[in-house]
Design a protein around this ligand. Structure first.
Ligand code: DNO
Length: 345
């Protein structure tokens, strides 16, 4: 597998020089962050990013993410205009040599947590999610903002946008996703690219908005909707695994050669629909990380994988979930498991 690390570009307090010193690190996962959602990514800017990464002897192996415009998720008439732009961005990425693209289809909000620095018993801090707290929060009030969210909306715009989703069922959202896939997968095929949809995080409805990339059945539906290797999945242990009934191993089984990217992290279930992120170790969280890695090795997965969110340890300050130290420990733990599984295969 290609062990990789997410890097947020030149503004990231974690430097490429630091990432270079993590044993076994091969790839960088990044994106261009200053382009409004829906607009075309210019090839020059993509090449610049790639050059910065390659200067440190890394491969820019995945773009995470090219965000999907809300009009596409809403199924509005204007979606075709944004789909055309999405296709152009895919072609530009491909022409710059980048062949794997991660994206998600969550309405309005990307990943959601209720705390960005919840204490763990070892004195470190991590991200957590508590369903009871979420029920009392109004995302429009601005009392909760998260790093993964598009903060360019004014509160009245956000209100209007959320209202547009009010009547939408999950089946309708799935239809809009399939429509999108039918349009973009042929372009990915032409360009020999892999599309890797990220599961919803957490994998249930939040703030009353529909979510569909949540479980094995829905993953099967979306993978079967367009039969092409290009139509694939980001297998994110922490997103699917936040729901105890999601059997991670069986999701790997049904997705097998459609898994194009792996996010590996552990969570501890703290109640119904509630969890806290932990170290990657099986001794800290609820997820069977060793079994998951073993299954990926057995299924022949050789693609990019990254340690996902880490705790904040050793006094590090920085982007929640994306510090250097705990993700580096995670990468080393994962590489140890992978090497062991391979040696006894
Ligand atoms: C959170 C990330 C997500 C992910 C997107 C993919 O840390 O895993 O923000 O990048 O959902 O589109």
């Amino acid at each position: 597998m290609e062990m990789s690390f997410r890097w947020y570009g030149n503004d990231d307090p974690v430097r490429l020089e630091d990432i270079r010193q993590i044993p076994g690190m091969k790839g960088i996962v990044s994106a261009i962050y200053n382009i409004p959602v829906g607009e075309i990514w210019p090839i020059e800017e993509i090449k610049e990013l790639k050059k910065a990464v390659e200067l440190h002897q890394f491969k820019l192996n995945v773009i995470e993410s090219v965000p999907v415009h809300e009009d596409i998720k809403l199924g509005l008439a204007s979606r075709d205009h944004y789909i055309e732009k999405y296709k152009t961005t895919l072609r530009n990425l491909s022409r710059a040599g980048i062949k794997t693209v991660c994206y998600n289809f969550m309405p309005v909000f990307d990943w959601t947590r209720t705390s960005l620095n919840a204490p763990l018993s070892d004195g470190s801090h991590s991200l957590s999610y508590d369903e009871e707290t979420i029920k009392k929060l109004n995302p429009i009030s601005g009392e909760l903002t998260l790093p993964g969210w598009d903060l360019s909306y004014q509160s009245d715009q956000l209100n209007d946008l959320m209202n547009k989703y009010k009547e939408m069922t999950e089946d309708e959202l799935m239809d809009h996703l399939i429509y999108f896939l039918e349009q973009i997968v042929p372009v990915a095929e032409e360009e020999d690219m892999k599309l890797a949809i990220h599961p919803d995080d957490p994998p249930w409805s939040v703030f009353g908005l529909p979510r569909v990339v949540t479980n094995r059945k829905n993953v099967e539906t979306l993978l079967n909707s367009v039969h092409s290797k290009a139509n694939g999945l980001t297998f994110c242990t922490g997103s699917f695994g936040a729901l105890p009934e999601n059997d991670l191993l069986s999701i790997i089984e049904i997705a097998t050669d459609r898994i194009h990217f792996v996010h590996a992290r552990n969570v501890k279930w703290t109640g119904a629909k509630s969890f806290q992120e932990t170290s990657h170790s099986i001794h800290d969280g609820s997820l069977p990380m060793v079994e998951v890695m073993k299954k990926l090795v057995q299924s022949g997965y050789e693609g990019p994988i990254r340690p996902d969110h880490g705790r904040m340890i050793w006094g590090e300050e920085g982007r929640p979930g994306y510090g250097l130290y705990d993700r580096a420990l995670g990468a080393t733990y994962l590489n140890g498991i992978i090497d062991t599984c391979k040696s006894i295969e």
